[in-house]
Ligand binder design. Structure first.
Ligand code: BMA
Length: 329
């Protein structure tokens, strides 16, 4: 019989079944669930962990992705500069909380100048450890239109850009961390050139990370907080029960879009099949730093660290398109 747990209790690691499939991460940033809190996901007391002006040139630093790196942490950060160009920068941290962000935006090495040129901007990066290197996906301008950029790095110093994954218009391209049925796999959300008032999550596969096809619908918008559009968030987390996908959902209010996030469980072998999906949101914009900023009422998750030994998850999210925050589950 399953042991019943009160929300603020947890079994010791040895007695807990291992649900997460990835490696252990004993130095995962972590704060226990506050006393009296019954939420599945709770915020860091240190939020926002990255202020908008960490770089002298930055207007805002948000919607950013971090990974474990050589015993510490590295990441790719969305830094909109004071000209309001959307740029992505590398960054490093000893503890996942205090970040040193490289002052210059990432400069990609790219065989084809057609792909490498900067038009429209680069934003909302995700970072995925896959086979032997870190892949970066982001919303990339191609001739002024948004699509999914793809690059890789070994060291977060030198970045090699590949072909854009899809035709415009597309956003929220998120790789799976291993091949599925022998193919690379990516989630994305076809969009338009503006502040898209629709959006479903699709699954695509590729033999080589260049050519993408066999597109499958994963999820459409649903009721309430996710009624206007949805988009994949962090790289899916492999569990014994399926792929745990944290995703954002958007509601259109009298005052515009409200971005919250929830989660779904996708079939391990056929990830376009949804096993479970949250009806209530897991986190919605409620704190001042989520409700006040360049775009009010936005929480936008782009990365999650996991410790398989304890089942702990640390979720990095952008707040109000202005600062970077951390939450735990
Ligand atoms: C989306 C993206 C995100 C942003 C969100 C809220 O379309 O542009 O970068 O956080 O809108 O403005």
């Amino acid at each position: 019989m399953a042991q019943e747990l009160k929300p603020d209790q947890s079994l010791n690691a040895a007695a807990k079944p291992r649900l997460l499939k990835g490696p252990d991460l004993p130095n995962i940033p972590w704060e226990d669930r506050p006393a009296g809190c019954y939420d599945v996901v709770w915020r860091s007391q240190r939020n926002p962990i990255i202020p908008r002006d960490l770089l002298p040139t930055s207007n805002s630093i948000f919607n950013s992705a971090v990974v474990p790196f050589r015993g510490r942490f590295a990441g790719v950060f969305r830094c909109d500069d004071k000209r309001r160009r959307m740029q992505i920068h590398s960054g490093f941290s000893d503890d996942g909380l205090d970040w040193r962000i490289t002052p210059e935006p990432i400069s990609f090495i790219c065989d084809d100048p057609e792909i490498g040129k900067f038009t429209y901007g680069r934003y909302d990066p995700r970072v995925c450890w896959l086979e032997d290197r870190y892949y970066i996906t982001w919303c990339n301008g191609y001739e002024g239109y948004p699509t999914i950029g793809l690059a890789y790095t070994f060291d977060f110093q030198v970045f090699y850009q590949l072909e854009n994954a899809f035709l415009p218009f597309n956003r929220n391209g998120v790789l799976f961390p291993r091949r599925i049925n022998g193919k690379y796999a990516m989630l994305s959300r076809p969009s338009d050139r503006g502040h898209t008032p629709f959006g479903d999550i699709f699954y695509s596969e590729s033999p080589d990370l260049i050519h993408w096809g066999r597109h499958r619908l994963v999820m459409r918008p649903a009721e309430g907080w996710q009624s206007t559009k949805i988009g994949a968030g962090p790289v899916p987390i492999e569990t014994t029960e399926g792929w745990l996908l944290i995703y954002h959902g958007v509601l259109t209010s009298c005052n515009g879009f409200v971005y919250s996030f929830g989660a779904a469980l996708l079939d391990l072998d056929q990830p376009w099949k949804v096993i479970h999906r949250t009806a209530p949101y897991l986190l919605s914009p409620q704190r001042d730093y989520e409700c006040v900023g360049d775009v009010p009422n936005v929480v936008f998750p782009c990365a999650a660290l996991t410790d398989a030994a304890t089942g702990r998850i640390a979720i990095y999210y952008g707040a109000a398109d202005t600062v970077t925050c951390l939450a735990f589950a």
